[in-house]
Unconditional design. Structure first.
Length: 256
């Protein structure tokens, strides 16, 4: 059976929004950036009431399917994976939704897949010092999605089991929703609609990185992707959806 490419199921340019939704991830990132406990908890309190997000317009060349090999430019010093779920809206949203109304909409008009929200941490650190958001660091390597879309209604029936493996090593095994989850898709959708931010059909929304779902928050425990001359295989598995699997390597000197 031929699997339909994720790329062929999207309308370009794709409006993409993503934010921070998991307390463990927020704390881990804060520690990796050398922030004090006071600074970390102040930021955490703020993110409990505000979904801090960035927005991009993605072209087809910035979307990667499962099983693709991704070549990381030599100029990118700290490439990182981020394990998330992506929500695809099949109809336009409306203003002023409650969380319950957003849930009802998503049950009828939402689909989900696995997202690897690739990041250039070297650029993110620079932009943070300048008081800028993460959009630049999130736009260099593109996004990997797959292996398929699942109706949100099916996804919402369970709290799916998730597993992150790098070169066969399990680095994260948990449930998608835990005590540290601050923002769910209905809560995010309600929050955006009350701005009001109306989102067209075809918009993708990232869940935010699962706690433990990136290299940066482990404070040096793991090397960056494709460190040196390595070829890394990253597998992100979500119960009911499947496995998003990609290889990461550096371009050769000849490739530039």
């Amino acid at each position: 059976m031929t699997t339909t490419s994720i790329k062929d199921q999207l309308t370009y340019p794709v409006r993409f929004l993503d934010g921070v939704s998991d307390a463990r991830h927020i704390i881990g990132m804060g520690k990796s950036l050398g922030r004090s406990d006071e600074e970390i908890h102040k930021g955490l309190d703020l993110r409990r009431v505000r979904w801090a997000y960035y927005a991009l317009a993605l072209g087809r060349h910035e979307i990667h399917d499962s099983s693709e090999t991704l070549f990381i430019p030599r100029t990118v010093q700290k490439p990182d994976y981020e394990f998330e779920i992506a929500l695809l809206l099949d109809q336009v949203t409306q203003a002023g939704w409650t969380e319950e109304e957003a849930e009802e909409f998503l049950q009828a008009h939402g689909r989900v897949t696995i997202l690897n929200d690739l990041s250039c941490r070297c650029l993110q650190a620079e932009d943070t010092q300048l008081g800028l958001g993460p959009a630049r660091s999130k736009s260099i390597l593109g996004k990997a999605f797959g292996p398929r879309f699942l109706p949100y209604a099916e996804f919402a029936k369970r709290n799916p089991h998730i597993v992150l493996r790098v070169n066969g090593e399990v680095r994260l095994e948990a449930q998608a929703c835990t005590d540290s989850t601050l923002w769910t898709f209905p809560k995010i959708s309600s929050y955006l609609s009350q701005q009001p931010l109306i989102l067209e059909a075809g918009t993708l929304i990232g869940s935010g990185t699962f706690g433990g779902g990136s290299i940066a928050e482990t404070s040096g425990k793991y090397p960056w992707l494709a460190d040196g001359h390595t070829v890394d295989v990253v597998e992100m598995e979500v119960e009911g959806i499947g496995v998003l699997k990609n290889r990461f390597t550096r371009r050769s000197e000849e490739d530039g």
